[in-house]
Design a protein around this ligand. Structure first.
Ligand code: 13P
Length: 342
């Protein structure tokens, strides 16, 4: 069967109790993160930080895959083991960010287009050779009174579909990420409407480009009140609205949804994931692919000080454990004070 192997990788990425760690910050983004703890973004500091993440003992119990950046997939631990091998030894599948970031869309103020299709076929072949088994491309949609426009959504959807088709051709599982930002004053109803519209257009494009739905994952945003909306929806409403939205537009053939955290606090996003899994209204696995929500406590614990490495790794292990519990709908806030070993 075509893409049988890819289907099995996609299913492994959303296996019970496990999810994805997004550690694919581009150079400007990782610089911002490291600067927030007073660490300079040198190649060696970036390598050291990622080594802390990937060598966390027992991480593979809760983490199925890690998304890497171009620089990171080529790096090694201090004692000379390739990061890709270190991950595989923890039964973690290496993935790679393949888009080249967003740029303003000409003639469409406030809207963005993701770049990276030029030379993508060759880059994907190289990443596959380096050990990646899945790929990620992020499109960004912003909300205001006048946007998003239909043209911006269509263009981003077309790019996502072309990337997804090329990824499957290169034997990589595409993780398709159309992120509708939570920035703004919009209501949860407006976020629902835009998220639904975007997903519908993205799946239409994927189908036109003959992407095998069983061999991909969707990385959606949760449906939320805008960050600056005076009325903030509570946990249960977020869970219900997100699943209602996804049920309308995401085909059951897709093995899993791996939600992004998108600037929600680490505790809040775990509660939302937990509430969705308790509702159990979904034909797909409901999992995570968190960047900030898994890494924020790690950065805070590490602060660039080698004597804090064990604390930083404990923080990552704990957050991964909490999110693993949330995948079963078994997370409680009391777990925040317990050690992961409890
Ligand atoms: P956040 O969870 O920080 O939104 O990052 C996920 C990601 O990979 C964005 O592309």
């Amino acid at each position: 069967m075509k893409n049988e192997n890819l289907e099995s990788v996609a299913r492994k990425l959303v296996a019970a109790g496990r999810g994805i760690l997004a550690a694919d910050e581009s150079s400007p983004t990782i610089e911002k993160r490291l600067k927030s703890i007073g660490v300079a973004s040198t190649e060696e500091n970036r390598r050291t930080y990622r080594e802390i993440l990937f060598t966390t003992t027992g991480l593979g119990e809760f983490i199925s895959g890690v998304i890497l950046f171009d620089e990171t997939i080529r790096q090694e631990t201090r004692d000379g083991r390739a990061f890709v091998e270190v991950l595989e030894q923890q039964a973690i599948i290496p993935g790679i960010k393949v888009d080249k970031g967003t740029k303003p869309m000409a003639n469409f103020p406030g809207e963005k287009i993701t770049e990276g299709l030029d030379g993508l076929r060759e880059r994907l072949a190289e990443y596959r050779q380096l050990g990646a088994r899945f790929a990620k491309w992020r499109a960004v949609i912003s909300i205001s009174d006048k946007i998003p426009t239909h043209r911006c959504i269509e263009t981003n959807a077309e790019l996502l579909a072309r990337y997804a088709a090329l990824s499957q051709e290169a034997d990589l599982v595409p993780v398709v990420e159309p992120e509708v930002l939570m920035d703004g004053t919009h209501t949860i109803e407006r976020h629902f409407e835009v998220t639904e519209q975007v997903a519908e257009i993205v799946f239409h494009a994927l189908s036109e480009h003959r992407v095998t739905l069983e061999a991909m994952l969707l990385k959606p945003n949760m449906v939320l009140s805008g960050k600056d909306c005076p009325h903030q929806a509570q946990v249960q409403e977020v869970a219900e609205m997100t699943l209602r939205c996804m049920n309308r537009v995401v085909p059951a053939a897709v093995p899993g949804l791996v939600f992004l955290s998108g600037g929600q606090s680490d505790l809040q996003v775990t509660e939302h994931l937990n509430a969705m899994n308790r509702l159990d209204h979904a034909p797909w696995e409901l999992s995570f692919s968190f960047g900030r929500a898994l890494q924020a406590p790690v950065l805070k614990a590490w602060k660039g000080d080698p004597t804090n490495v064990a604390d930083a790794q404990r923080a990552l292990h704990h957050r991964a454990w909490c999110n693993s519990k949330a995948r079963f709908g078994k997370y409680t806030t009391e777990m925040e004070i317990k050690k992961a070993a409890a």
